[in-house]
Design a binder for this molecule. Structure first.
Ligand SMILES: NC(=O)c1ccc[n+]([C@@H]2O[C@H](COP(=O)([O-])OP(=O)(O)OC[C@H]3O[C@@H](n4cnc5c(N)ncnc54)[C@H](OP(=O)(O)O)[C@@H]3O)[C@@H](O)[C@H]2O)c1
Length: 262
């Protein structure tokens, strides 16, 4: 897909990966519809984008009426939707034994139901215009949970299955679906997650969000179904498929070491 003058909705555009992705698509010539709850951050993003008919539409993706409203306002203002980047998401860090039900609901309502409702909302206009592209932001941990963030990982595994299912169901409508598997990325994510926040016990920094944004632009331009950001993420994913028990043992050792050095 050539992105010049294409209409691209980016959810979770007020920070991190979503912000960087909106900038990357705009630099490729797209018209951005940026969404998230924080209106002032959306205004700041729009001020940073190259000139264009960009829009900011604030709202909470957990509100069951918001996805349809976001899509209706976009179609009414811009006439079409070419790409949806389903990026809004929230993390969590609690042992499963203690995680409160409200945290589980927030994670699944945001990462799974919100994402599915956004996809459902863009399908009718995309069908009507003869095609489109849905990009679902998963995570490398959707393929292999890490201790402490297992509910979050399960929500991303659900994203993987939804993506794959949508890809088959929408093929005849010429609607492509890409699943993106970022690894650790330098954003606000760990500072705003539910449960234990801001702790990065292994001192890892993560890749810049701009790198993830540029990878998503390339994935849409080239019609790719799956998108890894680094060779390490790709290797981790494939080793996990080939040697699942070896990785179980390795991760159990790391979790044990982490607990005993705490
Ligand atoms: N950072 C990582 O290491 C990493 C790794 C793999 C995958 N990911 C995934 O990448 C995506 C973006 O994460 P990030 O790292 O950029 O995190 P971030 O900096 O915390 O940004 C999260 C974005 O999601 C939005 N959001 C959260 N809850 C929302 C809600 N209820 N309604 C509307 N918007 C909501 C936030 O906007 P408001 O707060 O303004 O609503 C914000 O724009 C997520 O899906 C995350 O799971 C991140």
């Amino acid at each position: 897909m050539k992105l010049s003058q294409k209409v691209v909705i980016v959810t979770g555009a007020t920070a991190g990966i979503g912000w960087a992705t909106a900038v990357s698509f705009a630099q490729a010539g797209a018209i951005i519809v940026a969404s998230g709850r924080r209106q002032e951050r959306l205004n700041a993003l729009l001020a940073e984008l190259p000139a264009g008919r960009h829009l900011a539409i604030a709202g909470d993706i957990q509100d069951p009426t918001f996805p349809a409203a976001l899509v209706a306002q976009t179609v009414s203002a811009l006439g079409r939707i070419d790409v949806l980047v389903n990026n809004a998401g929230v993390g969590q860090q609690h042992p499963l034994a203690d995680i409160p039900r409200e945290a589980v609901e927030t994670v699944f309502n945001t990462n799974v139901l919100g994402l599915l409702q956004m996809a459902q909302a863009v399908i009718p206009p995309m069908r009507q215009q003869g095609g489109g592209h849905i990009v679902n932001v998963s995570s490398i941990v959707g393929q292999r949970p890490l201790p402490g963030g297992v509910v979050y990982a399960a929500s991303k595994t659900a994203v993987n299955f939804l993506s794959r299912g949508l890809r088959f169901e929408l093929k005849r409508d010429n609607i492509r679906v890409t699943t993106v598997y970022p690894g650790l990325t330098a954003t606000e994510f760990a500072d705003v997650r539910l449960g234990q926040q801001g702790v990065n016990r292994f001192g890892l920094r993560g890749v810049p969000a701009e790198r993830v944004g540029r990878a998503m632009v390339r994935a849409v331009e080239n019609g790719r179904s799956e998108c890894y950001i680094t060779w390490f993420d790709w290797l981790f994913s494939h080793l996990n498929r080939l040697f699942p028990r070896t990785l179980d043992t390795l991760l159990a050792q790391i979790a044990y070491w982490d607990n005993t050095t705490r």
